[in-house]
Design a protein around this ligand. Structure first.
Ligand SMILES: NC(=O)c1ccc[n+]([C@@H]2O[C@H](COP(=O)([O-])OP(=O)(O)OC[C@H]3O[C@@H](n4cnc5c(N)ncnc54)[C@H](O)[C@@H]3O)[C@@H](O)[C@H]2O)c1
Length: 486
């Protein structure tokens, strides 16, 4: 089946699992477990099957009696939080990926010359960098589309002065996709292999003029593959569903940028669910951004970016759905802390919020709960509370006998797993994992028929996430306490 026709949110499907219990590569690394203060206690061989060669250390409470002071006892408890550690570079990580092979040009059109496409200090995203590393000298960015042509020319100048000059030396800048199409047809050049869409969501995911980028792309480049950033739009859910229908009917390759699905920790969680035939009972997601570093006025304005749940928390709503499956949208309830409430007062908002209409200022915290179609329960909290730069994000997945915790997916993705037969957690971390590279790598492999490619986020599936985030926003707004003006 074509990847775009497949919705891979079902918890029963393990779409990208290449490191199974039979794999000798991933889980046979040595562990970095340290227990220097502790005496090792003789224990019979544990027959619980752990997907790691790390020796199991004694974890029973009676062991504490061997430690004769309080400090050591505390050390013992802390050190024993993880019974097994997997720390390894993942298959497919950018730095372990084989160097790009020479070959025919791979023509890419980029829409949007902003942060997601060319990087910024805000985070690790930078699609151009990943395309360069996947394709090497084969990459030819034939056009960069941005109404801000000065911004486009500036990023191109930078690229042309670097070692990736060959990819950008002939890049033409256009204000619109229509201008590019006209120029392409008059030059009788071939359509691009891929179009990467990184413009703001207000210009896409809709059916009305100005919001209908995908519909236009389907008319102009129906055979080209599209990589489209999240969220799928800012318009109505119904319009996004219409766009989904048009894309599915057309049948070209489409991937949406929910990159966290490609994290090796996330795939490990999928593997555990699949191998143990688990039914997810609950997902608990917490996404706390570092608001002090978010200096885009649009982000603070619900009329432009639609609020932090739709713009940002969407990543964790999507991951929740990836494990929990389809959501009963009517079951969504939510509460928020609004900017005018005492707990919502923030001291370091980096923009001038007084310029934003009061009705359009974002909530500081949103907490939601819902039922999945199979009866499981999901909960989600988005907080605009942290300062500094690092986000604090955690996703828990619960099933009979199992508790999986994905911690710090942006900086240092780590997975903690508690399984039946043991009260303690094993820990898995994958060094050098780069989900941004993986999503690009799979997208290109899908286009080129590479080995075992998987697109983990279809437009159809991403639209379901969009629907969930809107349901959360609407439920929170419907129940918010009104502002009391003095
Ligand atoms: N997956 C992630 O982790 C991640 C990270 C950052 C951004 N994003 C997403 O990427 C998208 C863009 O975000 P950004 O941070 O790059 O924004 P940005 O403001 O930095 O850049 C957007 C660019 O698009 C241009 N643009 C505006 N209208 C356009 C149009 N009609 N056609 C073409 N270009 C147009 C702007 O001039 C600007 O240069 C958003 O949907 C955002 O949510 C995703």
């Amino acid at each position: 089946m074509h990847p775009n026709l497949r919705t891979i949110a079902s918890p029963a499907l393990p779409p990208l699992i290449r490191f199974g219990g039979s794999s000798s590569r991933t889980f046979t690394t040595s562990a970095s477990f340290t227990r220097s203060l502790l005496p090792r206690i003789q224990q019979s061989q544990c027959n619980r099957c752990l997907s790691t060669s790390t020796p199991l250390l004694p974890r029973h409470t009676h062991a504490r009696s061997t430690v004769d002071n309080v400090t050591s006892t505390i050390s013992y408890q802390i050190q024993n939080r993880a019974i097994a550690t997997t720390a390894t570079a993942p298959d497919g990580a950018m730095f372990s990926h084989p160097p790009p092979e020479p070959g025919a040009d791979f023509n890419v059109v980029m829409i949007g010359a902003g942060n997601i496409m060319f990087g910024s200090d805000e985070g690790p995203w930078n699609h151009s960098f990943r395309f360069e590393h996947k394709l090497g000298r084969r990459l030819k960015v034939t056009a960069l589309i941005d109404p801000s042509t000065a911004r486009a020319e500036k990023v191109l100048d930078g690229k042309r002065q670097s070692f990736v000059e060959s990819a950008y030396k002939d890049t033409q800048v256009f204000r619109t996709i229509e201008d590019y199409h006209a120029a392409l047809k008059s030059s009788k050049a071939a359509d691009p292999h891929a179009i990467v869409v990184g413009c703001p969501p207000a210009y896409r995911g809709g059916t009305t003029k100005g919001t209908d980028l995908e519909i236009n792309l389907l008319k102009l480049f129906p055979k080209t593959a599209y990589f489209i950033e999240k969220p799928v739009g800012t318009g109505t859910v119904e319009a996004a569903k219409d766009v989904t229908d048009a894309l599915v009917k057309n049948g070209n390759i489409v991937s949406v940028g929910y990159m966290l699905r490609y994290l090796r920790c996330v795939q490990k969680m999928k593997q555990i669910i699949h191998e143990n035939n688990l039914t997810v009972m609950a997902t608990n997601a917490r996404y706390s951004c570092a608001y002090e570093a978010i200096a885009k006025p649009a982000w603070w304005n619900k009329a432009i970016d639609m609020g932090p749940v739709i713009e940002q928390g969407t990543h964790f709503c999507d991951l929740s759905r990836y494990f929990g499956g389809d959501v009963d949208i009517d079951s969504v309830v939510a509460r928020s802390v609004e900017w005018y409430e005492e707990p919502g007062r923030l001291s370091k908002v980096p923009i001038d919020e007084s310029k934003i209409d009061e009705e359009l200022r974002i909530p500081r915290l949103t907490s939601a709960i819902w039922k999945y179609a199979n009866g499981a329960v999901g909960s989600f909290q988005h907080a605009v509370a942290l300062q500094g730069t690092a986000y604090a994000c955690e996703l828990e997945v619960w099933a009979d006998g199992y508790h999986m915790r994905l911690v710090d997916p942006y900086q240092s993705p780590t997975l903690y797993v508690r399984r039946p037969g043991d009260d303690h957690e094993e820990r898995h971390s994958f060094t050098d994992d780069d989900p941004f590279f993986s999503e690009v790598s799979h997208f290109i492999d899908c286009i080129e028929g590479g080995p075992d490619p998987h697109i983990l986020s279809s437009f159809e599936d991403a639209t379901k996430t969009y629907e969930l985030t809107w349901a959360i926003r609407l439920a929170a707004e419907a129940s918010k306490w009104p502002q009391v003006k003095a």
